[in-house]
Design a protein around this ligand. Structure first.
Ligand code: FE
Ligand code: FE
Ligand code: ZN
Length: 278
């Protein structure tokens, strides 16, 4: 069974996201923990959480993925930006324990002219401050396209972050197909090679989720503009190979393609379910 979902608005709460997922043919979903630009998070309703857990049990929703706001920068030079990142991540991880055992994805950060080495150091320092031994959430570093001074454009950079984190048993990776293609990995022509490289450098056991997006730009463009499945440079065939790949097919897949409404996601989910080899 393919585990697939898309990015949903969290405005209606957890139960509403689960119900919307089922409506569009999904069995997982991704959501922002708060406004993508940061700011205060909505209060968690214990009632909503209880109803959500019942509903998930009935509808085989076994994993969900929370996405940190884009504005967090764990590699910032400004101490105020670092403090905001730390407070937000700590609060997000506290809130994640209402839905134990799930995934929290974040963009590692941008080193803003401090250099990749310094960026890696700052990101791992941040993780060493916010991870706790008793958390049940796995924190995922997302593979990045490498626009601007983004850290995490190579598997080596992600591995270097993981190596410096004390509680790295709490860490995993989320592979974004648009980002890795934009970063220059040949996910179109040589997915086996890319995943072998991932395994050699990071270890496939760290790979816990996949963002499936097409890309508006050719491989190596370092742009990060998502396209609908089959409407970009990656193409439907390569995406279908990704969801069926023996190293990936058991993972949860999340669409972050540009859509007018969730029915657009429903169409993509239907196409990919059809193409998934049971
Ligand atoms: Fe992301
Ligand atoms: Fe992504
Ligand atoms: Zn992206």
């Amino acid at each position: 069974m393919l585990t697939i979902g898309c990015h949903l608005s969290a405005a209606g709460g957890y139960l509403a996201m689960a119900k919307e997922s089922v409506r569009i043919g999904a069995n997982t979903f991704q959501f922002f923990t708060r406004n993508p630009r940061g700011g205060a998070a909505k209060d968690i309703s214990e009632q909503d959480i209880a109803a959500f857990h019942d509903y998930c049990g009935e509808h085989s929703i076994n994993v969900i993925l929370a996405h940190a706001p884009y504005t967090l920068n764990a590699a910032a030079a400004d101490p105020k930006v670092l403090e905001f990142c730390e407070n937000t991540m700590r609060d997000d991880l506290r809130r994640m324990e209402y839905t134990p055992g799930n995934l929290y994805n974040f963009h590692p950060g941008s080193h803003v002219k401090q250099g990749t080495e310094k960026g890696i150091e700052l990101i791992s320092d941040m993780l060493n401050r916010v991870l706790t031994p008793d958390q049940t959430t796995t924190v995922l570093l997302e593979t990045m396209a490498g626009k601007g001074s983004e850290v995490g454009r190579t598997f080596e950079e992600l591995r270097a972050i993981i190596d410096r984190v004390e509680l790295n048993g709490k860490l995993g990776v989320c592979l974004d197909t648009c980002h890795v293609s934009d970063a220059g990995y040949d996910i179109i022509g040589n997915p086996d090679g890319v995943l072998e490289e991932f395994d050699r450098i990071i270890g496939l056991d760290r790979l816990r989720a996949v963002h499936i997006n097409d890309s508006m730009n050719p491989p190596g463009a370092h742009k990060d503009r998502h396209a609908r499945i089959g409407e970009g440079h990656i193409g439907l065939d390569a995406i279908v190979n990704v969801i069926n790949h023996p190293a990936l097919r058991h993972l949860p897949f999340y669409l972050e393609t540009p859509q007018e409404d969730n029915d657009g996601y429903a169409r993509e989910i239907a196409v990919l379910r059809e193409a998934y080899k049971e």
